[in-house]
Design a protein around this ligand. Structure first.
Ligand SMILES: Nc1ncnc2c1ncn2[C@@H]1O[C@H](COP(=O)(O)OP(=O)(O)OP(=O)(O)O)[C@@H](O)[C@H]1O
Ligand SMILES: [Mg+2]
Length: 332
């Protein structure tokens, strides 16, 4: 559906995206993930046609759109602030694009009704955006693109203004709408859980360069690079002393996620002894900040009897899932 072939993007002398090739399938939910300033918004803008490419080729639905202006690309963007017209009602906001496209009144009425119904805001049709909740505004923003028959929707951190509960509801709504309507979504978010839970595939970007493209499970469980391992979820870098005790290659970079460490059952063989530095209870889980031979280590355990009485200064015995260590050979 969207195909990038060796696309690079510059602002003046600053190269923001290095040559990148990528295929996003019809109806796929594809997420760009990466630290602030790595080029996610720039990528979306290039797909939408608001930023020219410095090199390469962009195709949408089999058409070369590399030099096609934004308004002719049939791509919708849902921004963080939704960019609704404040003086227009919900209905007028959604109808706007069709009016500009000079569709007949009858057709506009019919299409707007249908889409307002699809996204579940028909009851609010005569309200102004200021009288809507964040979630409702979001639906208007999506409706505005969908009404144009848009098959590609780009989302730039659309949920970051919302509180946790609504956010979770909106995630599900966007996914449900996408499944029902079959549009292709390219999504940008800083929220890892959001990214992992919503996406068919994700791309991890670092300073304008692709680190890995894969499913949530591939990125989390079998990261290609140390950067992906550290950036997606959290990971302990295994220090030299622990590496030696585990018999790991001292030249390699080794990581272990906190959930793969736990308090050893009584009498467990080869348990490691560590000192508790801090205990963070966060409901279902408890995070332990530990010191093992002078090296810091974080463990994440289910809250329960094994950890409920732990206090800083105490010594604990740990076991770890050896087969979950991510090992990266030293760069040649
Ligand atoms: N219009 C512009 N002119 C010049 N440089 C820009 C422009 N827009 C963005 N940049 C630079 O390009 C780089 C990538 O910016 P971009 O907005 O794509 O990052 P991002 O990944 O979306 O970050 P964030 O997560 O903070 O939104 C940054 O170094 C930024 O300063
Ligand atoms: Mg951005």
């Amino acid at each position: 559906m969207i195909s990038l072939d060796n696309v690079s993007i510059k602002y003046g002398d600053l190269t923001v995206v290095r040559p990148l090739s990528l295929e996003i399938g019809q109806g796929e939910f594809f997420t760009l993930l990466g630290p602030s300033g790595c080029g996610k918004t720039t990528m979306l803008r290039a797909i939408a046609g608001f930023v020219p490419v410095a090199g390469g080729r962009i195709e949408i639905a089999g058409k070369d759109v590399t030099h096609v202006p934004a308004e002719k690309r049939d791509v919708g963007i849902v921004f963080q602030n939704y960019a609704l017209f404040p003086h227009m009602s919900v209905r007028e906001n959604v109808a706007f694009g069709l009016k500009v496209a000079r569709r007949s009144r009858a057709e506009i009425g019919r299409e707007v009704d249908r889409i307002l119904d699809v996204v579940g805001i028909a009851a609010q049709h005569d309200k102004k955006p200021a009288a809507l909740s964040g979630g409702q505004q979001q639906r208007v923003a999506i409706a505005r693109s969908l009404v144009m028959g848009t098959e590609v929707l780009l989302f730039d951190e659309p949920l970051s203004n919302l509180d946790a509960q609504i956010r979770d509801d909106m995630r599900r709504e966007i996914k449900a709408l996408q499944r029902e309507l079959g549009f292709t979504a390219v999504f940008v978010t800083h929220d890892q859980e959001e990214a992992l839970s919503m996406s068919d595939r994700l791309l991890v970007f670092n300073a304008g360069q692709v680190e890995q493209i894969g499913t949530a499970r591939e990125l989390y469980e079998t990261p290609d690079t140390p950067f992906v391992c550290r950036f997606v979820g959290s990971a302990n870098r295994i220090g030299p002393r622990l590496a030696q005790r585990l018999g790991l290659d001292p030249g390699a970079e080794a990581y272990l996620r906190p959930e793969h460490l736990r308090i050893a059952p009584a009498g467990a063989a080869d348990a490691l002894s560590a000192t508790v530095r801090d205990v963070d209870y966060v409901g279902p889980i408890t995070r332990l900040y530990l010191d093992l031979d002078g090296e810091p280590l974080q463990a994440q355990c289910f809250s329960g009897p094994a950890v409920s009485d732990l206090a800083p200064g105490q010594t604990v015995r740990l076991s770890l899932d050896r087969d979950r260590i991510n090992l990266f050979a030293a760069a040649a």
